[in-house]
Design a protein around this ligand. Structure first.
Ligand SMILES: Nc1ncnc2c1ncn2[C@@H]1O[C@H](COP(=O)(O)OP(=O)(O)O)[C@@H](O)[C@H]1O
Ligand SMILES: [Mg+2]
Length: 389
């Protein structure tokens, strides 16, 4: 649905802050019904201000394309983190997983309860709580991203019959792995759908595998989600496992009346579980674990980013330079600033792409100057030939 860039936002007095710019694909942004809804939802998300929700700074249109600017969370999304853990053969400590889910629930609960200036509920439901939308920073913060625009996903899925929309629809069906049964059946949903999704994330962190298994001859993810066919949590010898099971069972109750009525209710029980299991977690512990486990990766990313920033500031005359092995060059970024592409459009969330795009305006100006000089040189040669006796 979008391209994600790491960008720098300049201020009048000079110092720039880093931010993330999410640029909606042109074929979607040009659909008036879609963009109207997206703008509406993004405006609601812009009202959210909470430590566990990615802060939206700005919403705008540049060159006919919609963009959302938001705070940059330097770290990993949970999907990416788990993939790195399995590659490095390092298990993600379950107590940190409990901490991540607990913090995400605080952000979700805040958003669910948010009201407008007159005290009326905004009726916000995330609709796409999944590991790739939970960000953990190297400082140990946990933030829910992609808030408020997930309704757009449903519209794309519904309309996903032809061409580009079809590809997007296919990518979005993958998200069914975290859908509540009522959402998968296309019914109206409320905050309890997000509780169900958080329950799946918790189940997967406890089990160390995906909840729903698909493949040849098996029902599709969407079918599994519709029937909420939740397998039993494998016994892993986790502390106070029975208590954990009862939290997960209540979060994953197929009937939403039997489910936790709110994210806060689930968070309270999860807290009580962590206390009874003597889990000592904190943002500091999460940040320390990330830094000690992935210190090298963190340094590599920072270096790549510094190089990208330096090149941007020098106004590099050429258009694209790859900065990661195997990275594909990104198209020059349009929008409020050029930036480093974090993901490719339509790619499964979390698939990172690092490439440097220089400010297009400067590149165009350089090209124009070069053309003028070339034209003048050709003219001079032609004229000198014509004037020669
Ligand atoms: N504010 C942010 N800070 C850091 N990384 C981000 C941020 N927003 C998104 N990302 C990264 O980009 C990925 C895709 O972004 P997201 O907003 O979830 O778009 P999509 O609509 O493709 O799911 C996320 O899974 C995360 O890895
Ligand atoms: Mg996402």
């Amino acid at each position: 649905m979008a391209e994600i860039y790491l960008a720098r936002q300049k201020t009048e007095l000079g110092p720039a802050r880093r931010c993330v710019v999410k640029q909606i694909l042109p074929e979607l942004a040009s659909d008036p019904a879609f963009s109207e809804m997206l703008v509406h939802e993004a405006k609601l998300a812009g009202r959210l201000s909470h430590a566990n929700v990615v802060q939206v700074f700005d919403l705008g249109r540049e060159g006919g394309r919609l963009f959302i600017a938001m705070e940059y969370v330097e770290g990993f999304d949970v999907n990416d983190l788990l993939r790195r853990c399995s590659r490095a053969k390092v298990p993600f400590p379950f107590e940190l997983g409990v901490h991540v889910v607990g913090e995400a629930l605080k952000g979700l609960d805040y958003a669910h309860r948010r009201t407008d200036d007159r005290g009326r509920s905004l009726g916000l439901v995330h609709r796409d709580v999944s590991p790739s939308n939970l960000l953990v920073s190297f400082e140990g913060e946990v933030k829910v991203c992609d808030f408020g625009i997930a309704r757009a996903n449903d519209v794309i899925t519904d309309a996903a019959a032809g061409s580009a929309a079809h590809e997007l629809g296919e990518a979005l069906k993958g998200k069914a792995g975290y859908m509540s049964p009522e959402h998968a059946r296309g019914e109206a949903i409320d905050a309890r759908a997000d509780v169900f999704a958080a329950g799946i994330v918790l189940w997967e962190l406890a089990a160390g595998r995906r909840l729903y298994k698909t493949g040849e001859g098996r029902p599709s993810l969407l079918e599994l989600a519709r029937s909420a066919d939740v397998p039993e949590l494998p016994r892993k010898g986790l502390p106070a496992e029975d208590k954990l099971r009862s939290v997960i069972a209540r979060a994953l109750a197929p009937s939403r009346d039997a489910r936790y009525p709110s994210a806060a209710a689930m968070q309270r029980d999860l807290d009580a579980y962590a206390a009874s299991a003597k889990m000592m977690t904190s943002p500091l512990a999460l940040g320390d674990w990330l830094k000690s486990t992935f210190g090298e990766d963190i340094l590599d990313r920072r270096r790549a980013r510094e190089r990208a920033t330096e090149a941007l500031e020098m106004g590099a005359p050429l258009v694209v330079q790859a900065i990661a092995p195997g990275a594909q060059p990104a198209p020059p970024a349009v929008g409020p600033a050029a930036g480093v592409a974090l993901t490719s459009p339509g790619a499964p969330s979390g698939r990172k792409r690092a490439a440097l795009a220089v400010a297009p305006k400067r590149a165009i100006a350089t090209a124009v100057v070069a053309l003028v000089v070339l034209a003048a040189a050709i003219l001079a040669v032609v004229l000198s030939g014509a004037l020669r006796p």
